[in-house]
Design a protein around this ligand. Structure first.
Ligand code: ADP
Ligand code: MG
Length: 440
């Protein structure tokens, strides 16, 4: 039984980001197992909510794959007194779907009310709000910004607003990944007419993470027609992407030019004040009052990703629940110390080099070479810059890891990228994405 759960954990580790795994999966243990169910023990109720919300499908699939059976998963709370040690919450698909509107594909928890507006997202917010209220049509509205900055939240809020207003507009929210999957199924079952019909009737179509469609010929072609149909009937299309249209690799030219012909709104990483406001908002959602000094402490530590900001707050709340300690600056500092300890161990130059090479589509070996072409030199400078920022290594050591460059080359790279990242949004975006791929 234990080895079964160990195997599941191994598998989950590969699928869930490291820090989330540590917080949400590691503390879970197995209590019993029979032919149709397993019982897992978790530290408190909060874990049940969180696992239901974020890891349910992954957990269910992993248990199914490893047990080769469709086992029911039940939870008990570790510290509960023995008489209540009966499985008290059985997460069901239906319950989770309560959160999702099956007709529109929208997750009901994302609303304008719980979206914090700041200078970083003001423009995108105003554009979506105008569409939601029926004041404007921009075709398309293209929202772009780094990972975890609120694109999905904002477009789903738009959809939910329209649904709540009951204004009869037919809407559909879909990720481009699901668009591709549905297309494949429709092709297999020869149901393309039905597929097309579904999109033709819409008043507002939201396609999240549209960059996923790039490089997939048939999907791009079909989407091009879908787009045109909606566009020509003056209905609204809202797209989100982690990149500006021109920067999406392998995106067909005709789609690129269409994406750029409407309104383009970016979402930037939140400023300090916005981070503080978001943390307060999230604290309220958890029903917890987070002291100002703790809020500011977290806002100073996490700067480039709202999802991470939320993650750290949840971690602190979970630790406070677990240990029965009040949320205080001390508690926040302690939990961060642990996080940074694990970080230092794992961010190595070779991870950075791999991340940079992957992002720029170059070879690690080229980063260490003497090649001076811009398509190699720039990624190399970015890698050196990140090595200086993310590791404790000296300039000499960093230079050595890049094929024996001397320390002045490292300083030069560091300064240059620092400057470029202020002037050039492409570089800033690259740095953000690489960091997030390193889970920083
Ligand atoms: P993206 O789609 O850009 O990767 P999401 O929309 O999934 O990001 O946002 C990540 C998390 O951060 C979500 O839980 C979302 O609710 C939250 N979030 C992002 N921006 C805001 C904001 N301005 N106000 C409140 N919550 C936010
Ligand atoms: Mg998203």
């Amino acid at each position: 039984m234990k080895s079964f759960w160990d195997k599941c954990k191994e598998e989950l580790k590969k699928q869930v980001s490291r820090s989330h795994y540590e917080i949400w999966i590691e503390p879970v243990s197995i209590v019993s197992m029979d032919d149709d169910s397993i019982v897992l023990s978790v530290p408190n109720n909060y874990y049940i909510d969180r696992i239901n919300k974020d890891y349910w499908d992954t957990l269910k699939d992993t248990v199914k794959n490893i047990s080769k059976k469709d086992l029911q998963i039940k939870f008990i709370i570790k510290s509960a007194p023995p008489e209540s040690e009966t499985p008290n919450i059985i997460p069901k698909k239906e319950k989770r779907q309560g959160l999702r509107n099956t007709n529109t594909g929208l997750n009901l928890k994302h609303t304008f009310d719980n979206f914090v507006v700041g200078p970083c997202n003001q423009f995108a917010h105003a554009a979506t709000k105008a569409i939601a209220e029926g004041h404007a049509t921009y075709n398309p509205l293209f929202i772009y910004g780094g990972v975890g900055l609120g694109k999905t939240h904002l477009i789903q809020a738009t959809g939910n607003f329209i649904v709540d207003k009951n204004d009869n507009r037919k809407i559909l929210y879909i990720t481009s990944e699901n668009f591709v999957n549905e297309l494949i199924t429709s092709l297999q079952h020869k149901e393309m007419n039905k597929f097309r019909e579904r999109y033709r009737k819409l008043d507002v179509l939201f396609v999240d993470d549209i960059h996923f469609i790039a490089g997939k010929e048939r999907s791009q072609e079909e989407f091009f027609h879908t787009f045109n149909t909606i566009f020509e009937s003056h209905k609204q299309i809202i797209l989100s992407s982690d990149k500006y249209p021109r920067e999406i690799p392998k995106l067909e030219e005709r789609l690129r030019s269409r994406f750029e012909c409407g309104l383009i709104a970016d979402i930037q990483p939140p400023e300090f004040e916005t981070r503080v406001a978001i943390l307060k908002q999230k604290g309220e959602e958890h029903g917890v009052n987070i002291p100002q000094d703790v809020v500011e402490f977290i806002a100073n530590k996490v700067k480039s990703n709202v999802r991470e900001l939320e993650g750290y707050l949840s971690r602190i709340i979970a630790i406070s629940n677990l240990k029965g300690r009040e949320i205080s600056l001390q508690l926040a500092e302690d939990s961060f110390k642990n996080i940074f300890k694990t970080r230092e161990k794992v961010t190595s130059i070779s991870d950075i080099q791999k991340g940079v090479a992957e992002y720029f589509n170059v070879k690690v070996i080229d980063l260490k070479s003497k090649k001076r072409e811009r398509n190699i030199a720039l990624p190399r400078q970015v890698a050196m810059y990140l090595s200086k920022e993310l590791t404790n290594l000296s300039l000499e050591e960093i230079g050595k890891s890049f094929g024996g460059k001397d320390h002045s080359t490292v300083i030069h790279s560091q300064k240059k990228i620092e400057r470029l990242s202020k002037e050039n949004s492409e570089i800033l975006m690259a740095i953000r994405q690489i960091k997030s791929s390193l889970e920083l």
